[in-house]
Design a protein around this ligand. Structure first.
Ligand code: MLT
Length: 304
């Protein structure tokens, strides 16, 4: 098959795909470069960081399969895909565990001021009595979007003796029961926001969630609580978050996803010591990327 891989996936998987397919790679390339490469392609593999627009897909009359090597679909023109009957296969599971583990790492690092402790010590400062630490045990973990990733985080929270609350877009009795079995109490978004000591954002980015965590929502968070964004940058109002952190309403925040992502982009939040920033690495464990790569190969083999 003629394949265009528009985002970096596991290198071994690309080598294996090349054995029986014509594979072109152009990782996070500008729109004009992708437009020049796509016309004879049948399969497009992509992740976040590249816009898969209607204009791009319209240049490939033979395009029949899109493989999203991960979860989010916010960078894909879904209307075009549906209208043109292009198959779309997502591979969300392998990355979910990795994102949840990163979220849990964020909670531990925030609770113990690990980054500040490390940076002070590197400057020779022995800040043992200046640093504040909290236990996770007994604290409330609020999962805003208790889906795949959110419920994994919730299960980890329960294992650490946290009280776990979650909300979902369309609550049902079945969902409440299934989350309940995982020790996550399903409730209203308002209660999740207001009760959480650690509020983790785990919803997909779409028209309903763009700007969802705005100044008004942040103001309803518990004083001294922490915000974690593992979802997408456009969901949290970073200006409002900055204000809440500098006015000491929130104790800290950790963001793996950002309003502006990519080389050379520096968030205003980078000026604050109580913030952890990582470059959208949630799903970037070797284990997850290897598993995603293997699944991409399986999908292509099944279609060949
Ligand atoms: C995803 O949606 O799977 C993650 O954001 C990882 C990525 O595609 O880079």
């Amino acid at each position: 098959m003629n394949i265009l891989i528009a985002s970096q996936i596991f290198a071994e998987a690309i080598d294996k795909l090349r054995i029986a397919n014509d594979v072109i790679t152009a990782f996070n390339a500008p729109a004009d470069e992708l437009a020049a490469l796509i016309p004879d392609r049948e399969v497009l593999v992509f992740r976040s960081g590249v816009d898969i627009t209607a204009e791009l897909m319209a240049r490939a009359p033979d395009l029949k399969l899109l493989i999203r090597a991960g979860s989010g679909l916010d960078n894909l023109d879904l209307d075009y895909v549906r209208k043109h009957g292009i198959d779309l296969i997502r591979i969300p599971e392998p990355g979910a565990r990795a994102v949840a583990e990163l979220g849990f790492g964020f909670m531990l690092a925030l609770a113990r001021e690990m980054l500040r402790a490390d940076s002070l010590l590197r400057k020779g400062r022995w800040a043992k009595h200046e640093l504040t630490g909290y236990l996770l045990q007994g604290k409330t973990l609020g999962i805003y979007g208790a889906g795949n990733i959110g419920s994994l985080m919730g299960r980890m929270g329960h294992a650490w003796d946290m009280n776990v609350l979650g909300c979902v877009k369309s609550p049902t009795e079945e969902k409440a029961a299934s989350l309940g079995r995982q020790h996550i109490r399903l409730t209203e978004a308002r209660e999740v926001v207001a009760s959480a000591d650690f509020l983790s954002i785990n919803v997909p980015l779409n028209d309903d969630t763009r700007g969802l965590i705005d100044a008004e929502t942040i103001a309803r968070m518990k004083p001294g609580s922490f915000l974690i964004n593992l979802a997408r940058g456009g969901i949290v109002d970073e200006r409002a978050l900055f204000d809440a952190l500098t006015s000491d309403h929130l104790a800290g925040a950790a963001l793996d996803v950002h309003a502006a992502e990519g080389e050379g982009k520096i968030s205003a939040l980078a000026a604050l010591p109580n913030v952890i920033l990582t470059p959208h690495v949630g799903a970037m464990t070797v284990d997850s990327q290897r598993a995603i790569g293997e699944r991409v190969i399986e999908i292509v083999e099944q279609r060949s």
